[in-house]
Ligand binder design. Structure first.
Ligand code: G2I
Length: 450
């Protein structure tokens, strides 16, 4: 794998430094490219409302992610809101975004006790099996060839490792619903990898043991199960799961693939540098555990930005769980933890806790192209060395900034000036932007800061 270094050329000007990165190299390292070099994918969940946020989709489809999972679009309440009346528009929208951006899709989920339309709960027990098989057959047939894997059964266990008997499927069929669901899914889409998926099974413990015993039994019975998903909704205040790598390995040893399917690492707000550093170790440990297990096929974060995380709505006062913040700026700590655990290099200096005041002398700026697509690109500039800065550069190819976060931009013709947002003046300060380009040359400008 090619390791990338910043600063291919350095220009020293009077009182200022301009560090010019090699565009091709800087654009090469993405979480997906690093994961792919390990034979894995790196993905992010997404949801339909977010797909109209262009700053968001620019990053989602900009190369960092080679896989996506629809957070809600393929669930029962979306796909069969009334009995035998199927609706695929939301799922299709996620699939077409993914196809347009070279991302593969995990289907989520055919069977879950949650997000079920009311009519399912009202069915007489004798009709549940037929309704379940009809649902799985229709949904898996519709998305056949469009999803590479399905979470066939989601969250079958309580935290103590007992079956979730309140699920309408368990209530009607007992635990046999699980084998039946897998057989039905296999018949509808013989090529998709079929997973069982749960949370709090990431480390060893009663719930993971229950899942292990279930998968072992299903395999022994010849049930077509191909994989086990570990959601990995982690929280720094609860500690890292026990023996995660060994846990993944024992499942793999049963003859199934394993995947990290919904990773996020929440904290009690407010965020601070110590919590960020702890969170980064969790990201490192999860990625390293997956990379160490041959049959761990990939990692999906449960959306990439705090802006669209499910956590604050469910865990009051908690959040900041993802590698991009709610302004869509990358967090150097979490992002670099993932990148380096995948074998890449840290892309910008991680903030370190320092008791000395920020330097006030010479200032340097690094410009890189995060990703580009026909007509547009995303750029990022990191400023170091000065606590009140202004970055300026001149575009050579008619590039025009449409949106910038982490600062305030003024563009006059080809001249660009960026001043920091109030919270973003302490080095290393990073800002990002979206811009148009002419699709032929997208030269890296020398950024001067003062
Ligand atoms: O709860 C986190 C995840 C746990 N594992 C299974 C995943 O499917 C689950 O995802 C979340 C979605 O990210 C949320 O977006 O599942 C939640 C429901 O349990 C989703 O939240 C729901 C809201 O609760 C609803 O109010 C809302 O109508 O999203 C719905 C669609 O936006």
């Amino acid at each position: 794998m090619k390791k990338l270094a910043l600063g291919a050329a350095t220009v020293l000007a009077l009182g200022t430094f301009a560090v010019i990165t090699n565009q091709a190299e800087a654009a090469t390292q993405t979480l997906q490219s690093l994961a792919a070099a390990n034979g894995r994918y790196f993905g992010s969940a997404t949801d339909n409302p977010e797909l109209s946020d262009t700053a968001y989709t620019a990053i989602l489809g900009g190369g960092e992610f080679g896989q996506t999972t629809p957070g809600n679009a393929m669930k029962w309440d979306s796909t069969e809101p009334a009995q035998n009346s199927f609706s695929y528009a939301k799922g299709d929208a996620v699939v077409s975004f993914a196809q347009a951006h070279d991302m593969k899709v995990r289907g989520h989920t055919l069977l879950w006790h949650n997000q079920l339309p009311g009519w399912v709960a009202q069915l007489p027990a004798a009709q549940v099996q037929a309704a379940m098989e009809n649902h799985i057959t229709n949904v898996a047939t519709h998305f056949k060839g469009k999803v590479f894997a399905w979470d066939v059964v989601n969250e079958p266990f309580n935290d103590d490792g007992t079956f979730r008997t309140t699920s309408p499927f368990y209530a009607a069929m007992g635990s046999d619903y699980i084998a039946d669901a897998f057989r039905t899914a296999r018949a509808a889409d013989p090529d998709a990898k079929l997973y069982i998926n749960d949370y709090n099974t990431d480390g060893q413990g009663a719930k993971a043991d229950a899942m292990y015993n279930l998968v072992k039994t299903l395999k022994a019975q010849g049930v077509p199960i191909d994989g086990v998903g570990f959601q990995a909704h982690l929280a720094i205040q609860y500690g890292f799961p026990t023996n995660m790598q060994a846990n993944l390995q024992r499942f793999a040893d049963l003859g199934v693939d394993v995947a990290i399917t919904e990773l996020d690492v929440r904290m009690v707000l407010p965020r601070d540098s110590a919590k960020d550093a702890t969170q980064a170790t969790y990201y490192t440990n999860v990625v390293k555990a997956c990379v160490a297990v041959t049959r761990c096929v990939g990692i999906t974060i449960w959306d990439y930005t705090d802006k669209y995380s499910w956590i604050p709505g469910v865990f009051s006062g908690q959040g900041a769980a993802l590698p991009w913040d709610d302004s869509l700026a990358r967090k150097p700590t979490a992002y670099n933890a993932i990148a380096t655990a995948l074998g890449g290099v840290a892309e910008s200096p991680s903030p370190t806790k320092s008791t000395s005041p920020p330097p006030t002398g010479a200032c340097s700026a690094t410009y890189r192209i995060v990703g580009s697509w026909p007509g547009g690109f995303q750029g990022e500039v990191t400023v170091t060395g000065k606590s009140a800065w202004t970055a300026t550069w001149t575009f050579a190819n008619g590039q025009t900034i449409s949106q910038l976060w982490g600062g305030t931009v003024t563009q006059s013709g080809s001249s660009v000036t960026v001043a920091p947002a109030s919270w973003n003046s302490t080095p290393p300060a990073t800002f990002g932007f979206l811009a148009s380009w002419n699709n032929s040359t997208n030269a890296i400008p020398a950024v001067t800061c003062s």
